[in-house]
Every structure is written in structure tokens, then in C-alpha cells.
Design a protein around this ligand. Structure first.
Ligand code: COA
Length: 451
């Protein structure tokens, strides 16, 4: 069957691209906001949100002026939030979840009650791991998470309810359960696809989510406090990124149709998996390996620049033309998350004798803007985004590459749920943009008359 299908497909594909492609200038002709972007590069305004805010430029006398990036969760700058819990030597992710989902910072009592509730919710429904993860493994953990989202519909007594109470109840369950899903999906993947023994750790009470995640992911369950704090910081940094980012917008598009929580979140996970979105953290590491193999002297800036130019010209690497970890749809001069992670990455790298690798990433960060401007003849300002350093940090935590994007998903579940609640309760209209048809009308030709 495979051969017949492939033969049919290759016949059909002969000339398919030529017949169906269109000149990119058509976008300008019809003033299409390609990628839902305005001519100045800003996003087309599609709604309002109280959840999060991403700033990369300001308007001065009608012009968009690039500025250092800022990220706010419910109005609070991410750097202030991080300083707050780090100065008190606390884990910060539970507080971040409360802030983003509920809308304000919790008091000490509220935070304790909330953390203990999340603890109780981490267990998956009875039989879920056996029926949905063990019996239907996937090589790709993001794929397994998406399928688990859809499967959880059947374990919910009120899956379709759209009251605030029901949506918040579902959100809390999903935020608490997704680390367990990832932990179990990874253990099962190792067993079925990597020939390893099957070791499933249950979630443990009394641990911060980052600690619990590490104990579930590691076959021996062992982790250090420093490792858990680093992972906690990564979770805080990835939790939310405004309503227009691809996966939050996907959540909003599906939610605006009135569909159920599980369908909307499965779509968000599918979106995050893409290499232009959350999948980039994995791609950065693959790109680094490729550069290490093909650039003889990493410290030779000219050799590195020449290779970066080859990557952009699609002559090397994965031939996508992208320098992963660079550029952003909103940020211009800097991505605040990348700045925070870079500092921690530097410290971790020097403690682990990996400074040469760190310096290579830093060199890519510094050299790419000039090479990009030269090769693409484009004035767009690009800087390192969060993914430039997140994969490197995860690698230093001994987290394998196939888990980098799932780590992002565990954290971003918070933002997605908050956007779903806002869209469902207050959006009020199905999201429905337009596509201009460019095929001329034609007559239907009876079968016997077709040549
Ligand atoms: N490397 C090479 N080219 C890049 C680039 C990069 N890192 N970032 C943007 N470009 C190119 C785009 O492909 C586009 O080229 P084209 O006009 O020939 O199609 C041009 O620059 C303008 O891009 P722009 O529209 O301003 O960017 P975007 O908003 O569409 O894309 C990203 C934003 C993040 C998707 C893009 O920068 C990217 O793909 N980066 C690499 C992947 C990545 O790190 N993603 C993680 C994001 S947190």
C-alpha cells in the first residue's frame, strides 16, 4: 500500500508547486497583513488582554522606535517578580501561576493553600497512565502531550462547561497534571524507543513543581536544590507571552468557537511544537552541534560569520535559512527572558567547565545581526530570544533535547489557560479573519469531456 500511495502522491505532485504557488507581491497588491503583521512589523490588533504584555518598541511621533524588551505578567515586570522570590530564596513558579491565572499576587496563606492544592492535583486520573500513555506511546513527547490533552476530555465529568468556575477548575487540573504527563510519557518513550528499563515515578507531595518534575524525569529520582531552582526560573520565564503569540492565539481561535478546553489546549501544544515557536529551543542545540562540526576554529569570527551566512542562505544546517534563537516577532533590541537566562547560563557553564560552548553561543548572538543585515539586505533589528540560552541551560541540567519543548509546554500551560478563560468569558465573537480568493471562477466540466 505504501508504494502505491507514494507513487500516486509523486504523480499528483508533479507540477503541483508550479500550478499552485503565487507571487509574494500579491500580498502587497491586496494589502494582506501577512502573518497578521502591520507594515511596520507590529502585530495586527486582534483583541485586548489583562493577562500579559510584551514590549519591544514604542511609538514616537507616529514612528515605531525599538526599545529594550520588557515582559509583564498581569502588569508586573518579570524582572521584579524574579527578584522578589529569588531574594527570599523561594521557588517562584506557584506564585507565578497564581498571579497569571487569578490576576493578583497571593498572600502567604493563599500561596500555601494554592501550592498544597496543586500538590494534590498532580496525580493523573485512575488508569490514565496505563491506558493512555503506556498503551499508546509516542516517540515525540509533544505529540503525546497533545493526545493526552484530548484523552483527558473523557475523564472530566463536565468537559464542555464554560462557566468561570468550570474553566478555572479545569485549568488548575491541567497545570498540575501536565508535568506528570511529561514525566510518564518520557519514561515510556525511553522504554519503547530507547530500549531502557521502564521506571515510572509517581508525583510526590510537598515538593515544588520543579523539584517534582526532576524527580519524575530522572530514573534515580535524584536532583540538587540548585538544579531545581534553575528549572523553577525557566518555568517562571516561559509561563506567558501575551495574547498574540502563536500558541496563545491558537488557544483563543479555538476557544472563540465555543469548543472545549481539551481541544483548545491540544491545538496550543501543536502550535508550540513548531520550530519557529517553542520547537526552536531544540533546534538551537542541533544548530550548535552543526556549527561545532563545521566551523574548525569557533573563536575565528570570520570563519563563524561565513558559516552563519551559509545558514541564512540555506546552504548549510537544516536548510531552513534560520539562525535559531535569534529574532522575535515583537522584541527588537533585546528579549528580557534571554538576558536573565544568559546570566544564569554563564554561571552554570563556568561551574561545569563549559565556557567555550557558552562563548560560542554568545558569539553567534553578537555576529548574527550583522550577517543577517548583509545577507538579507534587511534593516530589521534582531537579537537573541529566550530559546538561544534555554536549551543550553536544560542541557546543563542533564535534561535531554526531546524534553526542551515539553518543558516550555509545562510552563506555558498557565498562559494558555488564562487566555482561554479570558476569550471564553469576555471575547464574545468567533475569530474569523478573511482570505482573499485568487482563483478565477471556472465552469464545471463533465467527466467525459475532460482531457
Ligand atoms: N534567522 C534567519 N532569518 C530570520 C530570522 C532568523 N533568526 N528571523 C527572522 N528572519 C527572516 C525571516 O525569515 C524573514 O525573511 P523573509 O522576508 O525572507 O521571509 C525576515 O527575516 C523578516 O522576518 P520577520 O517577519 O520580521 O520575523 P517574524 O516575526 O516572521 O519571525 C521568528 C519571528 C521568531 C519566527 C523568527 O525570527 C524566527 O524564525 N527565528 C528563529 C526561530 C526562533 O528562534 N524562534 C523562537 C522564537 S521565541
Amino acid at each position: 500500500m505504501g508504494d502505491r500511495l507514494n507513487g500516486f502522491v509523486s504523480k499528483i505532485c508533479d507540477g503541483y508547486i508550479e500550478k499552485n504557488k503565487f507571487d509574494p507581491e500579491i500580498y502587497e497588491k491586496f494589502r494582506v497583513h501577512r502573518g497578521l503583521r502591520n507594515p511596520d512589523g507590529s502585530g495586527v490588533l486582534a483583541g485586548v488582554t489583562r493577562v500579559g504584555s510584551v514590549q519591544g518598541a514604542i511609538m514616537v511621533d507616529g514612528d515605531r522606535v525599538p526599545v529594550e524588551g520588557k515582559l509583564f505578567y498581569r502588569g508586573i515586570e518579570i524582572r521584579d517578580l524574579i527578584k522578589g522570590f529569588m531574594n527570599e530564596e523561594r521557588f517562584g513558579f506557584a506564585e507565578t501561576i497564581y498571579l497569571i491565572l487569578i490576576g493578583n499576587l497571593p498572600t502567604k496563606e493563599q500561596l500555601n493553600e494554592f501550592s498544597s492544592l496543586l500538590d494534590d492535583l498532580r496525580q493523573l486520573p485512575d488508569g490514565f497512565t496505563e491506558d493512555m500513555i503506556l498503551k499508546a506511546p509516542s516517540k515525540d513527547i509533544m505529540n503525546k502531550i497533545a493526545r493526552s490533552m484530548l484523552a483527558l476530555y473523557s475523564y472530566d465529568d463536565n468537559p464542555d462547561g464554560c462557566s468561570a468556575e468550570n474553566l478555572i477548575r479545569q485549568s488548575l487540573e491541567l497545570i498540575a497534571r501536565i508535568p506528570t504527563i511529561v514525566g510518564h510519557a518520557y519514561a515510556v518513550k525511553r522504554h519503547y524507543y530507547d530500549n531502557e528499563s521502564l521506571i515510572l515515578h509517581r508525583p510526590q507531595k510537598g515538593l515544588a513543581l520543579a523539584e517534582d518534575l526532576l524527580q519524575m524525569l530522572r530514573p534515580d529520582g535524584y536532583f540538587t536544590n540548585d538544579e531545581a531552582r534553575m528549572l523553577d526560573l525557566c518555568l517562571v520565564l516561559h509561563a506567558e507571552h501575551g495574547g498574540g503569540n502563536n500558541s496563545a492565539f491558537a488557544t483563543r481561535v479555538l476557544s472563540s468557537s465555543g469548543t472545549d478546553t481539551y481541544s483548545a489546549l491540544a491545538a496550543a501544544i501543536g502550535s508550540l511544537k513548531g520550530p519557529r515557536h517553542g520547537g526552536a529551543n531544540n533546534k538551537v542545540i542541533a544548530m550548535l552541534r552543526d556549527i561545532m562540526e563545521n566551523v574548525k576554529d569557533w573563536q575565528d569570527q570570520d570563519e563563524l560569520k561565513a558559516y552563519l551566512a551559509k545558514l541564512i542562505r540555506k546552504e548549510a544546517g537544516d536548510r531552513s535559512g534560520l539562525i535559531y534563537g535569534m529574532g522575535h516577532a515583537v522584541y527588537t533590541l533585546s528579549d528580557p527572558r534571554a538576558l536573565v537566562l544568559k546570566e544564569f547560563a554563564r554561571k552554570l557553564a563556568s561551574a561545569r567547565a563549559l565556557l567555550a560552548e557558552f562563548e560560542l553561543i554568545e558569539a553567534i548572538e553578537m555576529l548574527t545581526p550583522g550577517v543577517f543585515a548583509q545577507v538579507k539586505n534587511d534593516t530589521k533589528i534582531i537579537s537573541a530570544n529566550v530559546d538561544m540560552y534555554s536549551g543550553f541551560v536544560y542541557s546543563m541540567l542533564n535534561i535531554p533535547p526531546e524534553l526542551y519543548t515539553p518543558m516550555f509546554a509545562i510552563s506555558r500551560m498557565v498562559g494558555w489557560c488564562s487566555h482561554r478563560i479570558e476569550e471564553t468569558l469576555f471575547g464574545g465573537r468567533i475569530i474569523r479573519p478573511a482570505y482573499r480568493p485568487i482563483t478565477k471562477e471556472r465552469e464545471y466540466i463533465p467527466l467525459a469531456d475532460r482531457g
